[in-house]
Ligand binder design. Structure first.
Ligand SMILES: *Cc1c(COP(=O)(O)O)cnc(C)c1O
Length: 398
């Protein structure tokens, strides 16, 4: 998925615009910037590409999730339902505002199981946070219906799925708010950066103020701004926004290459009847950043993953053993290992995940392998890769 593979002249041009005028800050300094407002331009471009009214750039995807939650007034003791398979940033962001992570099962889409979400709702639930893992959508229609029924916020973590769609809408634009990451390994990158998108003008205004110390951005005099509420510094710099602007303009080209490369690998694996592909919800289209598939059982999957590595197929993930992405190894979360004292609301609200089991998710993740789809492979490399993958997986199945 990495846009970092294809840096070029467009990135350099936008960066040089910023370096030439020297204004690295996204706000103010009108007189010096020679008309360059990279963050503002990127926000406008994101609105266009994602078909939403508002976009707020911030310093990371984690910051985007935090700002989104804060903007909707989510705070201490509120419960946020999220999947057991994601990246650690999902619970970090909500705990940063004092909210309690409520972890629930995934299904064969590798995203939230709507039935598990419904079961986890309590009077304290405020948010459902689906994570469009590995480039493909959660079951958004079902989740939206649950949110409407229980008056909950639907916040899409689309950090790994920019460019994917659901019922024709860009992922991130379907719920009340959506978040993207532009960190170094995402489909498009600016080094470090992120964005919140929404059609809700109130949330958008809050995100604008909250991500810049609560400044209300009124008028031209930064020193004279008011602070309707407390905020923080989650700003993006003009340097990062410049690279992001270039990368967003290339997103559709990247997606096309990803899809082409994904299709070659998928067609090769389709020759093995035991290989079942990750379920993509009806009406959804992936961004093709990963090819994810299931093998018949855990032992075969471990064998297959090992064989892929030994065959030199890089970028293959066995998430079940991965401590970034699956609950099984999130000891720091389960034991609330914090440097300081944890907010009491989190301590009180936290479920005992050492005792809870997620057998349904274990049975899925234990059989899942995901293969990173790169942009820069030559036809020759791609063909070789497909051959090696088929050989390794066939060998593992025996
Ligand atoms: C990368 C990622 C994030 C966080 O993004 P950063 O920009 O690295 O902070 C959040 N959620 C998911 C699913 C991610 O993959």
């Amino acid at each position: 998925m990495p846009g970092f593979e294809l840096f070029g002249d467009i990135e350099r041009k936008h960066l040089n615009d910023v370096l030439d005028n020297g204004v690295l800050m996204r706000y103010g300094f009108e007189g010096m910037r020679k008309g360059h407002w990279k963050a503002k331009e990127l926000e406008a471009a994101l609105c266009g590409r994602m078909q939403v009214k508002h976009a707020q750039l911030v310093s990371s995807g984690t910051a985007a999730l935090t700002v989104a939650l804060a903007s909707a007034g989510v705070g201490a003791g509120d419960e946020v339902i999220m999947p057991v398979f994601t990246f650690v940033a999902s619970f970090e962001s909500l705990m940063a505002v004092g909210a309690v992570p409520v972890l629930v099962d995934i299904d064969e889409t590798l995203t939230l199981d709507p039935a598990a979400v419904e079961k986890a709702i309590t009077p304290r639930t405020r948010v459902v946070m689906p994570v469009h893992m590995c480039g493909s959508s959660a079951q958004l229609r079902e989740l939206k219906a649950i949110c409407e029924k229980h008056n909950l916020l639907l916040l899409e973590d689309a950090c790994q799925a920019i460019g994917g769609t659901y019922e024709g809408k860009p992922l991130g634009s379907y719920g009340d708010m959506g978040c993207f990451s532009f960190d170094y390994v995402k489909t498009i990158t600016c080094g470090e950066g992120g964005a919140v998108i929404t059609n809700n003008p109130e949330y958008a205004k809050h995100a604008d103020h909250y991500s810049d110390h609560g400044h209300d951005h009124s008028g031209n005099d930064r020193g004279a701004e008011q602070h309707p509420f407390l905020g923080y510094n989650y700003r993006i710099s003009e340097l990062h926004a410049a690279v992001g602007l270039a990368q967003l303009s290339r997103l559709d080209d990247f997606l096309e290459v990803q899809k082409k490369n994904y299709t070659v690998l998928r067609q090769a694996l389709e020759t093995i009847p035991e290989v079942i592909f990750r379920k993509v919800p009806e009406g959804a289209e992936e961004n093709y950043s990963f090819l994810s598939f299931f093998l018949p059982d855990e032992a075969t999957t471990r064998k297959g993953h090992k064989a892929l590595g030994e065959a030199g197929v890089d970028g293959c993930f066995y998430w079940y053993d991965n401590n970034w992405h699956y609950i099984k190894k999130w000891e720091h979360l389960k034991q609330l290992k914090s440097l300081g004292k944890m907010p009491q609301e989190i301590v009180d609200g936290m479920r005992d995940y050492d005792k809870s089991d997620f057998p349904a998710s274990d049975a899925i993740i234990g059989r899942t392998v995901s293969v990173l789809v790169k942009l820069s492979w030559s036809e020759e490399q791609l063909r070789e890769r497909a051959e090696k993958m088929v050989k390794a997986i066939r060998g593992a199945i025996g």
